[in-house]
Design a protein around this ligand. Structure first.
Ligand code: C2E
Ligand code: CA
Ligand code: CA
Length: 312
């Protein structure tokens, strides 16, 4: 199925951009795709949407996750779960990753300037980006350039990227963490985390994959997994975020399980920049956005406790 989808996208490229870039309708070469991403950035075909996250108990806003969108000139939307894996095949991921970081940090710096100093932005980081020896300097440069405090940036990494790390990649993560950037383990439960390695990665929170959250109300096993992940996270002094929360029942389960933070359609779909401004204006009083839950403090450096007692 994934192959079918990629072919559709390759076809889309071939028709919207001419077949000149790559081996025609069968796909686009690495270099061709990187060129295509560069073009897309120049032509402003790429954009970010931001999905809010909130404290499960108080519903207070705790941040936004930035998600990439790609609209072709003919209006066709390419889904990120198609173009991100394509970019990951080659150099394009570095262009896309840097654009995403810069754009997300600039947006979050705008929230700070608008009077919301405590709303971190979470950016997805591909495992491949950790192969870039210049990554740490790039990220720090973007923070300086945009004026965003390091603590207002969270990087979401998947289990696979955390655990199949080279020594260099691990050092990069430690440097990012050392600079005050916050790290979150994304899609937890779907990859190959070893519990032993979990103790060694410098993350402040686990994000429970939506497949468990969405099955939890109907399926006892999924419910047991969610409950166990929350307990595991808290036992390790980590925060825990549930993604893909769509219903009030799911929120109630998460509250009962003492999950800290939720994200999903129940709270809000991902929002464009104007949508974020409206969301902030509607839901909050400037200056009172400091989250109450354990995700709110500068966690992960051995500071505040992240046990369920602080969230409920
Ligand atoms: P993810 O990091 O797990 O992001 C969550 C996905 O779940 C997003 O899909 C989001 O729109 C969707 N979602 C949020 N709430 C709900 C809900 O209540 N129900 C359901 N069914 N879905 C929900 P999206 O935006 O299509 O992104 C898909 C994946 O693409 C992301 O999964 C992430 O792995 C990747 N991605 C997106 N943007 C970027 C990016 O800028 N860089 C990298 N490296 N990956 C990205
Ligand atoms: Ca994510
Ligand atoms: Ca996920």
């Amino acid at each position: 199925m994934a192959v079918e989808r990629e072919r559709t996208v390759a076809n889309t490229h071939a028709t919207s951009n001419g077949p000149a870039n790559g081996p025609g309708a069968q796909g686009i070469s690495d270099a061709g795709f990187a060129e295509r991403v560069r073009d897309a950035i120049e032509r402003q075909e790429l954009s970010l949407v931001f999905q809010p996250q909130a404290d499960v108990v108080t519903n207070r806003l705790t941040g936004f996750e930035a998600l990439s969108r790609w609209r072709l000139s003919d209006g066709t939307m390419l889904p990120p779960d198609v173009f991100v894996p394509m970019a990951e095949q080659g150099e394009a991921i570095h262009l896309l990753g840097e654009w995403t970081l810069r754009t997300a940090c600039a947006a979050a710096a705008g929230w700070v300037r608008a009077g919301y100093p405590d709303i971190p932005v979470s950016v997805n980081l591909s495992a491949r980006q950790l192969d870039d020896p210049g990554l740490v300097l790039k990220v720090l440069g973007i923070l300086t350039e945009t004026g965003l405090p390091a603590a207002s940036l969270k990087l979401e990494l998947t289990e696979t990227s955390m655990f199949s790390q080279t020594a260099e990649a691990r050092e990069a993560l430690l440097q990012l963490r050392g600079a005050g950037i916050r790290l979150v383990l994304d899609d937890f439960g779907t990859g190959w985390s070893s519990l032993a390695t979990l103790r060694r990665v410098p993350v402040e929170a686990l994000k429970i994959d939506k497949q468990f959250v969405q099955a939890m109300v109907e399926d006892r096993d999924a419910a047991a997994i969610v409950q166990a992940v929350v307990a595991l996270a808290h036992a390790l002094d980590l925060g825990v975020v549930a993604e893909g929360v769509e219903t009030p029942e799911q929120r109630l389960y998460l509250q009962a399980y003492r999950c800290d933070v939720l994200q999903g359609y129940w709270l809000s779909r991902p929002l464009c920049a104007d949508g974020v401004s409206e969301f902030l204006a509607e839901r909050s009083v400037i200056g009172s956005l400091r989250p109450l839950g354990p995700m709110g403090g500068a966690m992960g450096s051995g500071g505040s406790a992240a046990g369920p007692q602080t969230s409920g």
